[in-house]
Design a protein around this ligand. Structure first.
Ligand SMILES: [Zn+2]
Length: 334
């Protein structure tokens, strides 16, 4: 009896280590959106700079844990602290752009955004001696209303964006967007850009017609304000589903000494909760996940582009993006 051609006696390949990216949005505490009204730009010089010590603390965590990260640096920080970007780059980390003056894209138009990108990128490339390939918008403000930003990023030569958060949130989020790397364009037929979204946890849907529910568990306030078990569960789910897990943090989140700004109550809670324990918690979290493959985004671009190309292109400006990306009966919501 002939052997079955399907039979395969070769040992199964070991499962690949989960892919994870640690990223930081490097800004001062007074740059945050919650302080936009309370600390206007004209007052920034009156508030003490705190960012360098916090970044040094984060570089120490990366060194001890033996991993390299992606630092999305704000142009204004690079200008105020000209020794900071060279220090980060010297550690083998990727320098990417968080824009110049931390304007949500809603406050810019395409020409102003192009200028903002150009200023920050030139500064970061001069200081780091490395090409800047990635961008993350302040407050994840690449959303359908600012879909023009995709074309501006492409015109500027950026290789990837990490600003579309596939969650429901009052200030940002594109709930219909994929929860893993994908190609995005402004509208059908437009040029595409690689998008690398932050980590979300898919929650069970409540019925056949219910909406897809994704909880942001990637870091920031989610890390400081929600039970850590949710992020741990998100990391495990991403590994199981073969999704890379992108985490993000801000240096000021690790500095309990940042001055108290006159913020509204909700802004105060979101900004000042959990700062004392954040550094120890982050280091423990990474130490528990040392088996993963941690790498800066720029080093993963061929792999992530391959993954993204296997999925439908996501049309950010389209009226019904869900119908394109998630065929299985989700409601239209952009
Ligand atoms: Zn920011």
């Amino acid at each position: 009896m002939p052997a079955s051609p399907q039979r395969n006696d070769a040992p199964a390949a070991p499962p690949a280590a989960p892919l994870r990216v640690l990223s930081f949005d490097v800004e001062e505490y007074f740059h945050i959106e919650a302080a936009h009204a309370a600390v206007p730009r004209t007052d920034w010089d009156r508030w003490p700079s705190r960012v360098e010590a916090s970044v040094d603390l984060l570089l120490g965590i990366c060194d001890r844990q033996g991993l390299r990260a992606t630092f999305f640096v704000l142009g204004d920080v690079a200008r105020r602290c000209p020794r900071l970007v060279p220090r980060i780059a010297a550690g083998g980390h990727e320098i990417a752009s968080h824009g110049n003056l931390h304007d949500r894209l809603h406050r810019l138009d395409p020409a102003a955004f192009a200028g903002d990108l150009d200023v920050s990128r030139k500064l970061l490339e001069d200081q780091s001696g490395q090409p800047v390939r990635g961008y993350r918008a302040p407050t994840f403000s690449v959303v359908p209303a600012t879909a023009w930003a995709i074309d501006v990023l492409l015109d500027a030569g950026f290789a990837y964006d990490s600003s579309i958060f596939p969650v429901r949130h009052p200030a940002y989020g594109v709930p219909a967007a994929p929860d893993r790397p994908f190609l995005v364009n402004r509208a059908p037929g437009s040029r595409t850009l690689l998008e690398i979204p932050p980590l979300t946890l898919a929650l069970p849907t409540l019925g056949a017609s219910s909406k897809r529910r994704h909880l942001g568990v990637a870091g920031g306030g989610y890390f400081r304000l929600l039970p850590e078990m949710l992020m741990t569960r998100g990391l495990a789910q991403a590994a199981q589903q073969g999704r890379p897990a992108v985490l993000y943090f801000h240096p000021w989140e690790f500095d309990p000494g940042i001055p108290r700004m006159p913020l509204p109550l909700l802004g105060r809670v979101r900004t000042y909760t959990g700062l004392e324990s954040a550094a120890a918690r982050l280091e423990k979290l990474i130490a528990r996940h040392r088996d993963a493959r941690w790498a800066p985004m720029a080093e993963l671009l061929p792999e992530l582009t391959r993954q993204a190309r296997a999925r439908p292109v996501f049309h950010l400006q389209a009226e019904a993006p869900i119908a394109t990306v998630h065929a299985a009966g989700e409601p239209t919501q952009a």
